[in-house]
Structure formats: structure tokens, C-alpha cells
Design a protein around this ligand. Sequence first.
Ligand code: KIV
Ligand code: ZN
Length: 388
Amino acid sequence: MSIEKVQIFDTTLRDGEQVPGCKLNTAQKLVIAERLDALGVDVIEAGFPISSPGDFHSVNEIAKIVKNATVCGLTRAVKKDIEVAAEALKHAKKPRIHTGIGTSDSHILHKFKSNRDEILERAVKAVAYAKTFVDDVEFYAEDAGRTDNEFLALICSEVIKAGATVLNIPDTTGYCLPEQYGAKIKYLRDHVTDIDKAILSCHCHNDLGLATANSISGVINGARQIECTINGIGERAGNTSLEEVVMIMRQHPDLNLDTNINSKLLYSTSRLVSESMGMPVQPNKAIVGSNAFAHSSGIHQDGVIKNRETYEIIDPEEVGVIESAIVLTARSGRAALAYRAKRIGYELTKLELDKVYEEFLNFADKKKEVVDEDIHQIMEIHKIEHKA
Ligand code: KIV
Ligand code: ZN
């Protein structure tokens, strides 16, 4: 079976930047956009051009410099929004307008004080209007996760007729279970008229910690684009994390799905976004957290030293991390101490190791982590010769 491509739509600069305190200036956005382009994302959602003159300017500048990726701007299903987005994107090699409207009953009744017929009409008009400016028009059905499937299929069929090339099915509130989200995508594949004229896209939020699982369930059920952010940043509990979905597809070749991402740039891109936004990455974050390839318990350390694959499913180099870390703590064994000591220039005999290990435990009991400086001290106490 041939491998099918899943497009990566990065929304770090739009949905990600909505996080309080993460505001970026245009210069910072340009650096990130260039990095995303080098990383191999297919689409960069550069911003929401009507939202402010600053956002318009950033989208406009990003559109000028991006070489490979499609550059996308968000709009509501409002004429003025669409005109402003088209203007902001006018220099893009591959421009996309991302327009849409809330489709769940909750959005229709409370946000728009409207009804399904009117929402359907507004959606179709917005897509048709966007299509007068660009060929590539993505439609989002906001709160699709809680939208009735029959109405969702109808609105998707109608916007395809109006020219939509991508159908974004957001689980805006992060409500769905993976089975439900996957079933929704399958329902749309089975019930939307001319579905082969458009790509179904997953856009999942992480309110229940299910954004990654839902996106993977979406692509297993036929979606071919995932909307995500670096480090999973985004509104409330965040969006689907780009590095997670990319590495899940890579680690499971049985899915027959892959992306264009150069995974060796994942770690440095994560750090770039974290530093630019002042948003630390939690140490236990999958793929890019500082502990993602760190081993501290004796049993695990012994296993990894003998064979990395005992406790690691990903080669750290694959995601741009130089090597696995053997962290020395009071739970570390002799193998870990000998390994770290060797790396900084001490070849220990069995006897010497037994001797310094007792000393090491004394140090470790007093500290969270024993560092190289401590090892040098321990060796000095026991007069072990430095070979380097
Ligand atoms: O979560 C969401 O529904 C969105 C849309 C505006 C695409 O971000
Ligand atoms: Zn979103």
C-alpha cells in the first residue's frame, strides 16, 4: 500500500498566538514563518488580517517571504474580512483564504441569534466571495465537534459547490472523544456530495487532553490535513501539537500516512517558539520536553546504556535532540555512574566503581541531581586519575 500524504497546516502564528501573554511582533513572526517553511509545513496560517493593523502587516510581510508553503489568512464569513485578507495575502506565492462560521446549534442560537438556513446561506456566500480573490479557499465549520452531522454534511456539500478546496472540521471546544471525532470524519466522507473535490481537515483543541488523539483518529478516518501548533500552544489548553502528530505517523508506518516535515528541525523549532513567546515547554512534554529523552531511574538507565531501544521508541537525533540524557540521581545505579564518569574522562575498575558509588549516593541524597562537577569532586576524594 502506498503512503498517503497528510498536509500539515501550522497555526502557531494565528490560533497559537491567541494565548494571553504570547503576543509576537512582526519581526519575531517573520523568523518563525521562515523556520516553519524550512521545517516543511504545507500551510502557514499567518494571522487574522482584519483583527488589527499589526496583524494585517504581519500577514502581508509573511506572504512576501515564504518560499514554499501556502500562506493563509483567517476571516469570519464577512465580506470586509475577506477583502482585507485578500489584500494582506496579495504577495503570497500560494495564498489561501480561511473563512467560516459557527455551525453548532449553540453557536447558531446564542452567538448569531440565527437559524440553520441563514447560516448555510452565509457560509456559501463567504466561500463564493473568497473564491473571487483566490483559488484556494478553506471553509471552517466552527464548533463542528458539537454540530449535528446531517447539517454539517449539508453545509460541507454546499460550500464545495461554491468552490471550497478544504473543509476544516474544528473540535473548537475540545469536547469529542477520538472515536466520535473519527466517526464524524467518516460520516462526512460518506455523506458529503463531491467530497473528493476537497480535503477534510482536523482542527482539534486540547481541553480534555485529546487533541492529538482526535487528530490521529481523523486522519485514520480519511482526513488529509491536520491543523496544529508548535508545542501545542493555543487557546485555553491549546491546539494539537505539531511534533506529536508528525512523530506518531512516522513511528507507525502501518498507518501508511506521512508528512513533509523535516523532523530533525522539531526540537530547535520548539525552542524558537517557546523563547519568542516566553512560553516554557513543560519538561514532560512528548517529543520536545527536556525530559522526553532523559532517564533517571537505575533500571531504565541500565537498559538504555545497554541498548537505547529498551526504553526509547524514537531516536532523539530524529527530532534534533543530540542524545539521550542519563540523569544522575539517588535512584541511579553503578552502570549510570560509570557511563557518565567515562564520558568526562574516568575509566573505573570494578573496585573503584564500588568505592566511588558509596560516595556518589551520599552526594545524591543531598541533591536533586548529581552533575559533572560533583563527579569530579567524588573522583578527587578517591584519587581516581583523570584520563582526558
Ligand atoms: O477552533 C476553531 O474553531 C478555530 C476556527 C476559527 C478555525 O480556530
Ligand atoms: Zn482553533
